[in-house]
Design a protein around this ligand. Structure first.
Ligand code: CA
Ligand code: CA
Length: 596
């Protein structure tokens, strides 16, 4: 069990390193990722191995790709296996890390991994079923419409579909919007902030996106060209997400949440992609791009349990440590659309990462859409499709708009746009400050639906809604005077070996871990943010397992839930679950946790 809160501050500006952007043809050669000690150059290693140095992996210091003709790789595999065994033996004998003092260049290889061929494992989080449009009740909304008209006139908004953009200013269900107009009236419109939409492209020729398009933050990893132009017939998802964040205030379609911010496109979803390119993509131009909006993930079929590979995980950690001048890249992920199939966002290693802000959906009537996944790692919800309507945004095409955007795919970018406004008011916020601001200002909804727990901090948490819906106005007001969080601190528990059979039925197996006040003090932990639990369980059907984490105050994190479609004849293999449900539970108080 691992408890994490606050930072290990190894922050600093990254050197200018060019990404490894060569296409990798795996037909004739095999590719390997190696992590090298900084005392050896990649060209030296290439020479020793008889391999070709292909380049550094994205922005990961010391990580390089090497290739060999396929017929030589069996020998190379053996060599790398020998090295791993040597490292293990040395660790055991020295009781320290694997960096020895030997002069053998091969001992400078700290980690090695054969790069699997590119795969198409990531899925866009489109609305899973189309909801028929419904004509909304006619009600007396003259006051709300008058406010809208006034605001439009003061702000000079003449965009033709602005009145359909209920998620920005809802005149039919007042209050069911992002609460952003007041910020625009204060002049907070996203200036100076860049959001990169990592997706299937960005139509830079759209007149709605052109004014805010930032080529230097953009790249197409599917075609290995600088411009992330949509090429396939269905390459529309990314452009629609971009419109939600940064569509310009002009005479085309509507406006983005942060309509004076810049938008970049990083294209990865239109072809299979390997871990090297994906790792480079999420750190791409990370001193230029502030926020990475990601409306995709492993397939939401209720049977998949999939996490990013080691290189991608390292790239996410690298992003929060070194991106944005050390303040940290802000990763926003859509929670997932598999709720109807019993899927849960803790089975997705992107949404359950402590480095991502996980955003579920709420519809225009305040209902929980049937597609939006729940989990203990969900931070907030933002508006999207449901109750007969969708999100209205920009589409691919010079002046084309779209009135059918939805799923958690549409919710994530709205939270990203809100984060852009917060950063334009306070560029010095770290990636963790943004999470804190969302936790502090999210508004609980449907409070009588039985999903809410009142935390010792007084805030409420729900696995369906996170801390509630994003309230952009309140968040940015708080951001203005926010005192930055202290560096992150960690408390790692030892492995708890349970070695017991799990009883049948509801009784479950109980295991307890106690954290003492002294341990907290020693780890320099003042407040609790994320809790992660890494588990290994042997089992014959993964979908039958469920895991709860209970705090002494009685707060329950449902780390995993039983999934009816998950028939995998295995248990959990080093899987890390995450919870934000215990956020701020204690200021220096002995704390014990049980999971069963
Ligand atoms: Ca516009
Ligand atoms: Ca999912």
């Amino acid at each position: 069990m691992r408890i994490a809160s606050g930072i290990i501050a190894t922050l600093g500006l990254a050197g200018a390193v060019s990404a490894s952007l060569h296409p990798r043809s795996q037909e004739t050669r095999d590719f390997f990722a190696l992590h090298l000690d900084d005392t050896i150059s990649p060209s030296h290693i290439a020479q020793v191995l008889g391999a070709r140095h292909e380049g550094q992996i994205g922005q990961l210091d010391g990580h390089h790709t090497f290739s060999l003709p396929r017929e030589q790789t069996a020998q190379f595999d053996t060599l790398l296996n020998d090295l791993r065994t040597r490292r293990k033996l040395r660790r055991r004998s020295e009781g320290i890390d694997s960096r020895g003092t030997s002069d053998d260049p091969l001992d400078k290889i700290l980690w090695s991994h054969k790069i699997a061929p590119a795969r198409q494992r990531l899925q866009k989080r489109l609305p899973p079923v189309s909801v028929p449009y419904r004509s909304l009740d006619k009600r007396d909304n003259r006051q709300a419409v008058a406010f809208q008209t006034n605001a439009m006139s003061t702000l000079g908004i003449t965009d033709p579909i602005f009145r359909e953009q209920w998620h920005l200013l809802n005149t039919l269900q007042p209050g069911h919007d992002l609460n952003v107009t007041g910020l625009w009236l204060e002049g907070i419109t996203g200036k100076g902030v860049v959001t990169a939409v990592v997706d299937d492209g960005l139509d830079m020729d759209s007149n709605d996106l052109k004014p805010n398009y930032l080529p230097e933050g953009s790249y197409d990893f599917n075609e290995n060209v600088p411009e992330p132009r949509p090429l396939l017939l269905d390459d529309k998802h990314g452009t629609r997400c971009c419109g939600e964040i940064a569509a310009a205030k002009n005479d085309v379609c509507g406006v983005g949440v942060a309509y004076d911010s810049k938008i970049a496109g990083i294209r990865i979803l239109s072809k299979p992609i390997d871990d090297v390119d994906e790792a480079a993509a999420i750190n791409f131009a990370y001193q230029t791009n502030d926020i990475y909006s990601c409306s995709w993930g492993p397939i939401d079929d209720g049977a998949t349990m999939d996490a990013p590979g080691i290189l991608i995980k390292r790239a996410m950690a690298n992003g929060v440590q070194k991106g944005r001048g050390g303040k940290g890249s802000v990763f926003v992920f859509a929670a997932g659309n598999g709720a109807a199939y019993g899927d849960n966002c803790n089975f997705d290693g992107y949404t359950n990462s402590i480095y991502s802000i996980t955003v579920g959906a709420i519809d225009r009537e305040g209902n929980h859409p049937s597609y939006s996944e729940s989990c203990s790692a969900q931070l907030v919800v933002a508006y999207s499709s449901g109750s007969g309507d969708y999100i209205h945004t920009t589409d691919v095409g010079a002046n084309k708009c779209f009135s059918g955007h939805g799923g958690t795919s549409a919710a994530g970018p709205l939270a990203a746009g809100s984060a852009a406004l917060a950063l334009s008011a306070r560029p010095d916020l770290t990636w963790r400050d943004l999470q804190h601001l969302m936790v502090e200002t999210a508004v609980p909804v449907s409070e009588d639906d039985g999903s809410w727990q009142v935390l010792p901090s007084g805030r409420k948490f729900s696995h369906d809604w996170g801390f509630g819906k994003v309230d952009t106005y309140t968040m940015v007001q708080l951001a203005k005077t926010w005192e930055l969080v202290k560096p992150q601190a960690w408390l790692h528990s030892p492995w708890l070996r349970v070695h017991q059979d799990i009883p049948q039925g509801d009784r479950g197996l109980l295991s307890r871990y106690t954290v003492t006040a002294d341990q907290l003090k020693e780890a320099n932990i003042a407040k609790l943010e994320h809790v992660t639990v890494t588990m290994n369980v042997n089992h014959t059907r993964r979908g039958d397992l469920s895991v709860e984490l209970r705090s002494p105050a009685g707060i329950v994190s449902y780390l995993s839930v039983a999934r009816r479609k998950d028939d995998m004849p295995v248990g959990y293999d080093d899987w890390t679950f995450m919870s934000v449900a215990h956020w701020y539970v204690f200021p220096f108080r002995p704390h014990d946790m049980r999971f069963c």
